[in-house]
Write a protein that binds this ligand. Structure first.
Ligand code: P6P
Length: 332
């Protein structure tokens, strides 16, 4: 069997081709190192005593799981010495962390362990990462330096911890997938060019929120449920993992639309998911794979963030379906 390309080889080739700043190759390698540590901790789970909750809460007041804290620590340790990272923002940190003595020109935003409510029931979870340029380098870094539209991301991706641990990555030249070899500990290129099918017959949404959805989403989902006999003229399937990374990896692989729309359950909340470290990085990857990512009213990557932990409505995946849902939001 031909030798597979490792993550480091892929990053090095991209750097040599002028597609990637060599400093980012080291940062991504370190994201891989943290992902490997988290994957091992998840695999040992109860044996390592890492299940269950802490008696602490994160910046949004959500109870932290032990693995939320372990994962955040793993990324902070892996990234802080690279010299390339000036600051880190994380779902698990109240404000941005300024890396001591850093001279680097990049900012990293993280959801260290997304879907952690699934950990205790052994369902796939993931780490999500987004990288921006530090507008003023490391000098005088403030939280506002992170508040850049998702279109300014230079690199984004996620690691899904499922039956296999897979890192999905983009730095503006398509989307690649790297599978962790548990024997060698290396991430090896297994999907060199991930493309989302434009057409799909599979949607993902938490249907228990149906009574709070806005009319465009009510209409779209009811038409999917009407199937062949309805206006869509074909049957649809539904999936909901309860972990965004799990749903997104599936739609990247076989198509689909993922929705966590704005609803009236809590009118003060514009959505459940976070713009900076969930919607933006996932939206970047989805667009790079030929899909679309919208709030229903605007392209997610065009949004000007106001707060690091702000929430947003998310409708993303196969372009045909996202465009249809957006047209319904526009009264189509
Ligand atoms: P619900 C996990 O908590 C998360 O942020 C996403 O990963 C996931 O898609 C969503 O929330 C699940 O939300 O309301 O179905 O539990």
């Amino acid at each position: 069997m031909s030798e597979r390309v490792s993550l480091l080889q892929h990053l090095t080739q991209a750097a040599r081709a002028g597609q990637l700043d060599p400093a980012l190759a080291l940062v991504v390698q370190q994201i891989g190192a943290a992902s490997r540590e988290i994957s091992a901790a998840l695999a040992r789970s109860a044996l390592a005593g890492v299940l269950g909750a802490m008696d602490s809460a994160n910046a949004s007041g959500e109870t932290q799981k032990k693995l939320d804290v372990l994962s955040n620590d793993a990324f902070m340790q892996a990234l802080s010495w690279t010299g390339a990272v000036a600051g880190i923002a994380s779902e698990e940190l109240d404000g941005a962390y300024r890396v001591p003595g850093a001279s680097g020109g990049y900012l990293v935003l993280l959801d260290p362990l997304d879907g952690s409510s699934n950990i205790d029931v052994n369902i796939s979870v993931g780490s999500i990462f987004s990288i921006l340029r530090a507008p003023n380098g490391a000098a005088g870094l403030t939280d506002s330096d992170f508040l850049q539209p998702g279109s300014r991301q230079v690199l984004a991706g996620f690691t899904v911890y499922g039956p296999a641990t897979v890192m999905v990555l983009s730095f503006g030249h398509g989307v690649q997938g790297f599978t962790l070899d548990p024997v060698s500990g290396e991430f090896l290129l297994t999907q060199p060019d991930i493309r989302i099918p434009e057409r799909t017959s599979e949607y993902a949404i938490n249907a228990s929120n149906q009574r709070w959805w806005q009319p465009p989403v009510q209409r779209y989902v009811s038409e999917c449920m009407a199937g062949k006999e309805g206006p869509r003229g074909r049957d649809f399937n539904m999936r909901w993992v309860g972990s965004m990374v799990g749903d997104v990896y599936r739609l990247l692989t076989r198509g689909g639309i993922f929705m966590y729309p704005r609803d009236t359950k809590d009118p003060a909340k514009p959505g459940k998911l976070r713009l900076m470290y969930e919607a933006n990085p996932i939206g970047y990857v989805v667009e790079q794979a030929g899909g679309a990512a919208s709030t229903g009213y605007e392209r997610i990557l065009d949004m000007q963030p106001e707060k690091i932990h702000q929430r947003v409505a998310v409708i993303l995946g196969s372009k045909e379906e996202v465009d249809l849902v957006v047209s319904y939001h526009r009264g189509g």
